[in-house]
Design a protein around this ligand. Structure first.
Ligand SMILES: *Cc1c(COP(=O)(O)O)cnc(C)c1O
Length: 384
């Protein structure tokens, strides 16, 4: 909640807008809950750093004992600096560069989540050159539709992600000759902002079939990694994600074999609700049929609405007047720079403070300098 007291502080301190406001209490509560629920269900978690790599947020998450799921060497480096241990870092991504692979082998990270045979060959070559053995997991394309936006659906047939099941026979054959790779398990990720939990049940059924396939071939898997993707409720920024339902459902439907551990890589569900983008109203402008609230935050600060037609709850923190309908737009020279259309807000005026809620995930990390704009500022709840 952004209380009146907090809003007063924003005003008094004349904090320059736009800025990301991170409520550390919300993040701690979320971490307390996810940690408890994960340990009750026997999950090892690796936080998906790409959702938010702000150093303070990373350190707080590291202090709760989670591992890190990274998609670039720079993310691994940031995770290490924030206190995550190399032995608890996994490295995913379809296009790992040579330098990234070499750095990660030298850092002795826990595991590479491999997405293709050519990638395995390259990791094997560099590991041999460095006289090391690299642990890998196979990211398998599970052919599960995530029922989410197409840009964040990753596990369908013509997806660039993951190894297709028809290629697995060859993968195992090649692995026997790749002496510097050690297969630890299998990894999946079907998409993001998944709110239909049945999607994860379908994933579990595929995992069970694949487990059979591997066991027939005497290939031992120590780790089953279900990836990330648990959605949050953008309509209710105060609501915590359904961690309990999510972990229990997976434990119920996935057949773990003796000695196996289950891993997950939540990103959005950990950091989504702790962040809000705070912006100031520059102008209220009349269109032919529409009233536009033009704010000083744009798609360069939060691109999700422009990129995925994402919905965020928008609140006017400084007005309690009669409501009217407005389009809330940014200043960028693109029509897609629209945060919401025809939403009800209390009567809004120049100078009002606007909060765009549930912006802790894929917000600050995706900011750009298009139009040569400044990057958004960051304010933590314990700084004001
Ligand atoms: C993006 C990603 C995640 C995190 O997804 P969320 O939807 O933010 O939980 C986890 N694992 C992999 C491999 C990813 O690419």
């Amino acid at each position: 909640m952004i209380t009146n007291e907090t809003t007063e502080k924003f005003r008094k301190l004349k904090l320059p807008t736009p800025f990301y406001y991170y409520d550390l209490e919300v993040l701690k509560t979320t971490l307390d809950v996810i940690k408890k629920k994960a340990s009750e269900s026997g999950f090892k978690l690796h936080y998906a750093v790409k959702a938010n790599h702000n150093p303070r947020i990373l350190s707080l998450i590291a202090s709760y004992g989670l591992g890190a799921d990274c998609v670039s060497w720079n993310e691994i480096d940031a995770a290490l600096k924030a206190g995550f241990r190399a032995s608890e870092i996994v490295f995913a991504g379809v296009g790992k560069s040579d330098n990234e692979i070499i750095n990660a082998i030298e850092a002795d990270i826990f595991c590479f989540n491999c997405e293709s045979i050519p990638e395995m060959e390259v990791i094997n070559t560099f590991a041999a050159r460095l006289g090391k053995k690299a642990r890998i997991a196979l990211r398998i394309n599970p052919l599960v539709d995530a029922h989410t936006h197409k840009y964040i659906t990753t596990g369908i047939a013509e997806s660039k992600f993951g190894i297709n099941t028809w290629e697995l026979e060859e993968v195992l054959k090649k692995l026997t000759d790749m002496k510097n790779l050690e297969l630890t398990g299998i990894h999946f990720h079907v998409g993001s902002q998944i709110t239909r939990l049945s999607v994860f049940k379908t994933l579990c059924n595929h995992i069970n079939e694949l487990q059979e396939w591997f066991s027939v071939r005497n290939s031992e898997l120590k780790i089953i990694n279900v990836g990330g993707g648990l959605g949050i409720n953008y309509d209710n920024p105060e609501e915590l994600p359904r961690f309990d339902d999510y972990f229990s459902l997976i434990r119920k439907f996935v057949d773990l074999r003796p000695g196996q551990t289950i891993h997950a890589e939540p990103g959005r569900s950990i950091v989504g609700q702790c962040g809000s983008l705070i912006s100031k109203v520059l102008y209220v402008k009349n269109g032919t049929n529409t009233k536009f609230v033009i704010i000083d935050a744009g798609m360069t600060d939060l691109i999700r609405p422009a990129l995925y037609q994402a919905h965020h709850q928008i609140e006017n923190l400084t007005s309690a007047g009669e409501t009217e309908n407005y389009d809330v737009v940014g200043p960028i020279c693109e029509s897609s720079d629209t945060f919401a259309r025809y939403i009800e807000l209390p009567e809004t005026r120049r100078g009002d403070l606007i909060a765009i809620r549930s912006a802790g995930a894929y917000g600050e990390v995706m900011a750009s300098r298009y139009n040569l704009r400044d990057l958004p500022q960051v304010v933590f709840s314990d700084e004001i």
